[in-house]
Write a protein that binds this ligand. Structure first.
Ligand SMILES: [Fe+2]
Length: 210
């Protein structure tokens, strides 16, 4: 009888101890791990009269495009810094002009996201996570190769931009559609400048590949 009571008491003590340990574990987990990140599309209050659904949809379209624009700006600088060859000065200067235009585009996209109540995520970590552009080749130096790589990157950005134009139009945000139209129009022109540095033979092989 006394023995049974003793075992029961020990069991109760062990249970209580493991319960307390569990509580301690939960407490530790709650206060020692970083708070979970905010949702992908956290919205700030704004008097902008567009419906929340439209603004949220447009922001989710603009977020990866912002990452693409920042990645493209860096890729353009990569070309500007590393290009070598007979047309060095012309290409070096042209690539810097393209970089300036892409930087303006990134700025407009980021500010539009914030105007709509969202948060612009433009850090290196966010860009690495969200950009859909392929990595720029590091080892090239020849001007023709930079022209090919950079025009391919601009073309990929513009493809995503054109998709953004259609989708923001469908979503009913004419202002963002207009902004993206202006951005893609400008970068189509920059791509023309870049591609014009391709020699005729390269242009022919591009036509064949296309
Ligand atoms: Fe420079």
């Amino acid at each position: 009888m006394v023995k049974g009571f003793l075992f029961h008491y020990i069991d109760f003590f062990v249970d209580t101890l493991s319960g307390a340990k569990r509580l301690l574990y939960l407490y530790h987990k709650r206060y020692s791990t970083p708070k979970p990140q905010r949702k992908a599309c956290f919205m700030h209050p704004t008097k902008n009269d567009m419906p929340l659904k439209t603004r949220t949809e447009v922001i989710s379209l603009l977020a990866p495009l912002l990452a693409d624009a920042i990645a493209l700006k860096l890729q353009t600088k990569q070309a500007h810094w590393n290009v070598k060859g007979e047309n060095f000065i012309a290409m070096h200067e042209l690539f810097d002009k393209v970089a300036a235009e892409v930087e303006d585009a990134a700025d407009m996209i980021a500010e539009r996201i914030v105007q709509l109540g969202g948060e612009a995520k433009g850090t290196a970590h966010a860009v690495a996570k969200q950009s859909r552009l392929l990595e720029y080749p590091y080892t090239i130096a020849n001007g023709e190769k930079h022209v090919f790589a950079l025009s391919s990157a601009i073309a990929a950005f513009n493809e995503n931009g054109r998709e953004g134009i259609d989708k923001t139009d469908e979503a009913g945000d004419a202002i963002t559609t207009d902004m993206l139209t202006g951005i893609v129009r400008g970068l189509d022109k920059q791509m023309w400048f870049v591609e014009s540095h391709l020699k005729e033979t390269e242009q022919k092989s591009q036509r064949k590949a296309g």
